[in-house]
Design a protein around this ligand. Structure first.
Ligand SMILES: [Zn+2]
Length: 392
C-alpha cells in the first residue's frame, strides 16, 4: 500500500511522512479509526514508506545513478524498489503481521497468525478496507469468534528478538489489537515498555477503549476519521469503474465505511434497476394502488439473490428515515443526491409521518423475515398491499 492510493487524509499522511523523514517517528503508533476507515491502509503505507529503498537514498532507477529523485526527500514510497515490491505483496521479511484468528479444535495444535497468513495477505491485498466478520468469512469461520491468542504472544516475542533482515525498520503490524486476550496483551505491553531498536509497532484498531490503558499510554495515537461520502464515491468510481449514480448511492448507504460500501456493491452486481429507481417505482405503484405492477415487482424481487434483496430493503429504510427527517424540518441533515432529494420532497408531501413510521417498521420486519428465508415474493407483496391501503 502506498499513501497515494489512499483517498483524502492528506494531513495525517503529512504528519507521518515528516516523522519518518525527520527520524522522530514514535516506536509505537495506534491507528485509531472506525470500521471501514483507512486505519489499516495508512499503517501499511507507513510501513512501506519507512522501508522504501529510494527514500533511504538508494537510487533504484537509472543505470548511471542519475535518478535525480532518489536523493530528494519524497512524500511517498517509490512502489518500485525491492522493499516496496515485497511490502506490496506483504511478504517483506521484516514485516510481521498479527491479526485475530479462530482457536483450533480442542486437542489440535494451537495456531497463530502465521498459519492464516496466506489468506490474510490475499484478502488485504485485494482491499485494505476490511472488517472482522469479512475476515472470518474469508477463512470459513463465520460462526466463530476471532482473537489474538497466547501462542501469538510468544511468537511475537520470538520474532522481535531477531534482527531486521533487510529493511531499515522491523515492523510489527497488529490488526485489531483489541482482540488480544490478556496474556498476549501483557506480552505486547512488555515489549512496548522495552522496545527493541529500529522496531515499529503499528496497531490498527476500531475499538481503542478495549485496549489496556497501559498499552494506550505507550502508543502514540493517530486519529483516522471516517471517509466522507465524496471520498467513498470517488474511490468506488476510480477503483471499480462505477458510474456516478451507483457510486453515490453506495457511498450514501455506507456512511463513510469503505468496507461496507464495497460489500454493498459485491452484493449488488451491475444488474437490474438501481436501488433508487426500484424503491421509487415501488412507492409509486403503492400510491397508485396498481396491483399488477406490485405483483410484477414482487416477482422480480423474488428473483434477486438474498444479498440484493437485503440491500434493497436497507436502502428503502435509509430513504424512509430521510423522508421522516425532511418532514420534521431537518432538511439540513440530509446528505442526499438530487434525484433522491426530489423524491423525498415529493413523497414527503404525500405521506403522513405516521405512515413513514409504519413503513420503516414493516420494512425492518421484512428484512428480518428475509434473513430467515421467508418467501421474498410474499413478504414484498404483503408489504405492498399494506402500504397501498395506508397511503390512500
Ligand atoms: Zn521503494
Amino acid at each position: 500500500m502506498l499513501f497515494r492510493y489512499i483517498i483524502g487524509h492528506d494531513d495525517t499522511k503529512q504528519v507521518l511522512v515528516r516523522a519518518v523523514q525527520e527520524n522522530h517517528l514514535a516506536h509505537a503508533l495506534l491507528f485509531d479509526g472506525p470500521t471501514g476507515s483507512a486505519n489499516l491502509a495508512l499503517a501499511l503505507a507507513l510501513a512501506t514508506f519507512a522501508n522504501c529503498e529510494s527514500r533511504q537514498g538508494q537510487p533504484t532507477d537509472g543505470l548511471f545513478g542519475n535518478d535525480t529523485q532518489a536523493n530528494e526527500p519524497t512524500d511517498d514510497a517509490c512502489g518500485r524498489c525491492a522493499s516496496c515490491i515485497k511490502m506490496g505483496k506483504l511478504v517483506h521479511p521484516d514485516l510481521h503481521l498479527v491479526f485475530p484468528i479462530v482457536s483450533s479444535e480442542t486437542g489440535s495444535k494451537p495456531k497463530t497468525s502465521e498459519d492464516f497468513l496466506t489468506d490474510w495477505r490475499k484478502m488485504v491485498i485485494e482491499s485494505p478496507y476490511r472488517t472482522l466478520p469479512e475476515w472470518l468469512a474469508f477463512i470459513g469461520a463465520e460462526k466463530k469468534q476471532g482473537n489474538i491468542s497466547v501462542k501469538e504472544a510468544r511468537s511475537i516475542l520470538q520474532k522481535l528478538s531477531l534482527k531486521a533482515y533487510e529493511g531499515c525498520y522491523k515492523i510489527m503490524l497488529i490488526w485489531l489489537p483489541e482482540l488480544m486476550n490478556g496474556a498476549s496483551a501483557n506480552a505486547l505491553l512488555k515489549i512496548l515498555e522495552e522496545p527493541p531498536e529500529r522496531t515499529l509497532f503499528l496497531l490498527a484498531t476500531n475499538q481503542p477503549d478495549k485496549l489496556l490503558i497501559t498499552i494506550l499510554s505507550r502508543t502514540q495515537r493517530v486519529g483516522v476519521r471516517a471517509f466522507t461520502d465524496e471520498e467513498v464515491g470517488l474511490y468506488l468510481r476510480q477503483s471499480l469503474n462505477l458510474d456516478e449514480t451507483r457510486a453515490r448511492q453506495a457511498a450514501f448507504l455506507a456512511n463513510g465505511d469503505m468496507a461496507a460500501a464495497l460489500q454493498l456493491l459485491k452484493a449488488d452486481p451491475d444488474s437490474g434497476p438501481d436501488r433508487h429507481t426500484w424503491f421509487a417505482e415501488w412507492m409509486r405503484a403503492c400510491y397508485r394502488q396498481d396491483l399488477s405492477a406490485l405483483v410484477k415487482q414482487a416477482e422480480q424481487f423474488d428473483g434477486f439473490n438474498k444479498e440484493k434483496q437485503k440491500g434493497l430493503l436497507e436502502y428503502s429504510l435509509h430513504l424512509c428515515r430521510d423522508l421522516f427527517l425532511w418532514q420534521q424540518g431537518a432538511e439540513s441533515l440530509l446528505r442526499l443526491p438530487e434525484d433522491e432529494l426530489n423524491f423525498v420532497k415529493n413523497f414527503g408531501k404525500v405521506l403522513k409521518p405516521a405512515h413513514v413510521e409504519r413503513i420503516i417498521a414493516d420494512v425492518n420486519e421484512a428484512a428480518y423475515h428475509i434473513e430467515r428465508n421467508a418467501r421474498a415474493k410474499m413478504v414484498l407483496l404483503d408489504m405492498s398491499l399494506t402500504f397501498s391501503r395506508l397511503i390512500r
